[in-house]
Design a protein around this ligand. Sequence first.
Ligand code: HPA
Ligand code: ZN
Length: 326
Amino acid sequence: PEMLSFIQGLPKTELHLHIEGSFEPELMFKIAKRNNIEIKYANVDEIKQAYSFNNLQEFLDIYYAGASVLLTEQDFYDLTWAYLTKVHEQNVKHVEIFFDPQTHTDRNVPFEFVLNGIYNALEDGQKQLGISFRLIMSFLRHLDEASAFKTLEQALPHKDKIVAVGLDSSEVGNPPSKFQRVFEKALNEGFLTVAHAGEEGPSEYIWEALDLLKVTRIDHGNRCLDDADLVKRLVDQQTPLTLCPLSNLELKVIQDLKEYALPTMMEHNLLVTINSDDPAYFGGYMNENFWGITKALNLSKVQIAELAKNGFKASWLSEQEKQEFL
Ligand code: HPA
Ligand code: ZN
């Protein structure tokens, strides 16, 4: 369809992507084999059949199991390179991606294997594919404060490579306030901050992310619509929300893309962006996310183009770098 080629042709950003969530079954088998690790599925089809989730936690259990075959620096390089070549085909020009060091360091994979593998691929992506990037280190919120502090310490020698810290994993019961002191230290060390909030958790968690963690963006943030004062705050400050439509659908945050509150959010003048979250698990990269909402909500080219531009506005590119795309 013509709309699909319009989406394809738009220069895009991706601001909410867990690199471990881009791990496609084919590559998972390849890496498991070379690391002599058994995986509990017989083939790619069996893996894909297992990808059916009723909530965030059911997804996380499978996502952490998948990531457990990643051992060497080369594994992290290959994972990241596969993602970059994929989004390059989709005309993505700039990415700001998460990695979850604790998922790997808790299995005794050295922090530097993870970081260097990912970072070297990002640098090659910039050189060979023209994709600019920023890297965000995300803390697992189901783990304790001490583990997050230890992870932050490991990142300090690598401030040249990591620009921000984030917060992901099981949201309900693990509010942003649990990590207030860790984020305070991260801010003092010069990192930017972001946090997943209001995906499954309540709008109060979004307030906490803003007031206690001083985030510059909210990841997901759907639940802000429950609180008019919060919407006003987000609009006044133009705090970006990194929405992930297919993720919300697959994790049953919404039951149908037709009921997605995106048009309401745009009417409120919230700075909303479209992202894929964990594309290997949720059935689509950037174009598939844009195409899904376009079909379901009958979006116009003007609206789609605005969403793509919002990604550049919401990014940490310099004002000068942004100009090329706005
Ligand atoms: N939410 C929380 N944690 C995550 C997600 C998500 O959507 N994806 C990967 N880790
Ligand atoms: Zn996410």
